[in-house]
Design a protein around this ligand. Structure first.
Ligand code: SF4
Length: 225
């Protein structure tokens, strides 16, 4: 990877700390299955109990926008996903998203739901987590984000138990989420059997999309896949 040098990073006004940039298949959300370049920003203020990217909490390297754009272009695909950690924890993420959109990519953003999404470029498809009680971070949900969601966005619940499912179902109704955007329910990998969650959704005729994380099935969550 071509990070900026430590000297230029110190002075660059558009630098970001990145854990990795890699090519894989999109494992979730509306773009599932597309070859996608992932730009993983370093750092997250949350500590969800099921987090599978704790390796992105610390470390990383400084990159500037031009370096990131060049690396992304080198992979030769149309879809780019900016993720983390929590990408919006770095303010310059907003400028990066704009640059990627300007360059003509299909850009998605995976965010924890704890940060304000108001400044995100409207061309970006935002995949916003709503943290359930079972995540251990439910109090971090920034509910004012809900009013900003459009049909271009998605919200995602990672379900850790039947109690989580019932809570998520209540939130979908209370915030009329289905009228705003697509709603995804995904099982927390080792905590709810996928079939159990699928059966609950079908039994309730809940208008949400069940999804399994493709990259966990294909690559067992190896970093960089
Ligand atoms: S918000 Fe995402 S990256 Fe941060 S702790 Fe939760 S699952 Fe991990």
């Amino acid at each position: 990877m071509n990070a900026v040098t430590p000297e230029s990073a110190a002075t660059s006004p558009d630098r970001l700390r990145l854990t990795e940039i890699f090519l894989s298949l999109q494992g979730e959300s509306r773009s599932i299955g597309w070859p996608t370049v992932f730009v993983r920003l370093t750092g997250c203020p949350l500590r969800c109990q099921y987090c599978d990217t704790a390796y992105a909490f610390h470390g990383g390297q400084w990159w500037d926008y031009d370096g990131i754009l060049a690396e992304v272009a080198g992979h030769g695909v149309r879809h780019v996903c900016v993720t983390g950690g929590e990408p919006l924890a770095q303010k310059r993420c907003i400028g990066l998203l704009q640059r990627l959109c300007d360059a003509g990519y299909e850009v998605s953003l995976e965010t924890s739901g704890a940060m304000d999404i108001a400044e995100v470029d409207p061309r970006v498809s935002r995949v916003l987590d709503i943290k359930t009680p079972g995540s251990a971070e439910v109090e971090r949900n920034l509910w004012s984000n809900i009013a900003l969601l459009t049909a271009h966005d998605q919200v995602k619940f990672v379900i850790c138990s039947r109690e989580d499912y019932d809570w998520a179902k209540a939130m979908v109704a209370e915030h009329r989420l289905v009228e705003r955007c697509e709603v995804l329910f995904s099982p927390s990998f080792s905590q709810v059997r996928p079939r159990e969650l699928a059966d609950w959704i079908v039994a309730d005729r809940l208008p949400v999309r069940f999804q399994l994380q493709l990259h966990k099935i294909l690559w067992d969550d190896e970093p960089g896949r």
